[in-house]
Design a protein. Structure first.
Length: 95
């Protein structure tokens, strides 16, 4: 399967690497409590959700409108779960 110009295997590999990096950062004693909370409650769940979507075969599909998420959006934000239109409508484009 391909998402735009990048294969799903490449995307999955990047997400796994990002997850490992986040987990490594969480083990750092120098990480502030605020950053630790963001990584634990925001970043890690987003990466895990993207990996689960890869497993389900729904990666790259907007969870709101079910249309394809633009490849350039996924290149910048591989954990995006919504297309730019739905993300903007929901909360100003943050998702």
């Amino acid at each position: 399967m391909r998402t735009g110009a990048v294969s799903l295997d490449v995307v999955r590999s990047r997400l796994v690497e990002r997850r490992a990096r986040i987990l490594g950062e969480l083990r750092s004693p120098d990480l502030s409590d605020v950053l630790r909370g963001i990584k634990e409650r925001v970043e890690l769940p987003r990466v895990d959700a993207a990996l689960a979507a890869c497993d389900r075969g729904t990666y790259g599909r907007c969870e709101t409108c079910e249309r394809a998420i633009a490849a350039r959006r996924l290149a910048v934000r591989p954990d995006a779960t919504r297309c730019t239109n739905c993300a903007a409508a929901l909360n100003g484009g943050d998702q």
